[in-house]
Design a protein around this ligand. Structure first.
Ligand SMILES: Nc1ncnc2c1ncn2[C@@H]1O[C@H](COP(=O)(O)OP(=O)(O)O)[C@@H](O)[C@H]1O
Ligand SMILES: [Mg+2]
Length: 230
């Protein structure tokens, strides 16, 4: 599903020897649940952005779902992200002037031209929110929802196009521990349904829920071992 080889990343403006990623080799198979851990600034978000096609400015090879991401033009990259990747972020990234339902269906508005992805988006959004226990909140705005509810809306949005891969950057970082645990259970359930799930986290409790823990330090993978739920 994911294969990185000899990946290097230098941000514009950084000194020539200053790399955010320094030769990363990483393979993640379909159906895995992987935690990526490491201290702040170690390169976790940089790595996730490359896997998700949010950043194409790198050296080495990044292959996801059969695509060599360096070869995709902007339009194909947008299409790749829509079809294959769902993103979940720490701060939910919901729009407050839209309802929960509108937030979840929003990605369909950015699909250009007639596409099966955009068809029935509202119906699928409604179904996914209902499946996640938010059927009574469809028409509520995010500022009336709890943190855990907001994150479930964000997860429902990530699932809108039924991607195979969920990329989550500190998804419990803004939640209390009980709510965070519920969100992690949601990811575990999605993983059992067949989603490949990659979760960046600072929290040991979260990483222990994964079957595999990849540790990154200073732009290098230093450990790639088994988690607590193996
Ligand atoms: N947009 C950016 N421009 C310049 N440097 C950046 C940018 N984003 C991250 N970096 C640098 O790259 C390194 C890795 O950052 P990041 O991937 O965000 O780490 P993490 O997510 O593990 O905290 C850090 O040294 C950070 O300062
Ligand atoms: Mg980060």
């Amino acid at each position: 599903m994911i294969r990185l080889s000899k990946v290097e990343k230098r941000y514009p403006g950084a000194a020539s020897g200053e790399l955010a990623l320094r030769g990363v080799d990483l393979t993640i198979g379909e159906g895995e649940l992987v935690a990526i851990v490491g201290t702040s600034g170690s390169g976790k978000t940089t790595l996730l952005n490359l896997i998700g096609g949010l950043d194409r400015d790198y050296a080495g090879k990044v292959e996801v779902a059969g695509h060599d991401l360096a070869t995709l033009n902007d339009r194909r990259m947008a299409n790749f992200r829509n079809r294959h990747v769902g993103f979940v972020f720490q701060h939910f990234s919901l729009l407050d002037h839209l309802t929960a339902l509108e937030n979840v269906a929003l990605p369909a508005a950015f699909v250009r031209g007639p596409s099966p992805l955009a068809e029935d988006a509202a119906a699928r959004a409604s179904q996914t929110l209902t499946d996640m226990g938010l059927g009574h909140k469809l028409n509520e705005h995010p500022n009336t929802l709890s943190g855990g509810q907001k994150q479930r809306v964000a997860i429902a949005r990530a699932l809108l196009f039924r991607p195979k891969l969920l990329l989550c950057d500190e998804p419990t970082g803004s939640l209390d521990s009980k709510t965070g645990a519920q969100i992690i259970e949601t990811f575990q359930a999605l993983n059992r349904e067949g989603y490949t799930v990659v979760i960046i986290t600072h929290e040991t409790r979260v990483s222990e829920a994964a079957r595999r823990i990849v540790r990154i330090e200073d732009g290098v993978i230093v450990d790639d071992g088994q988690g607590g739920a193996a």
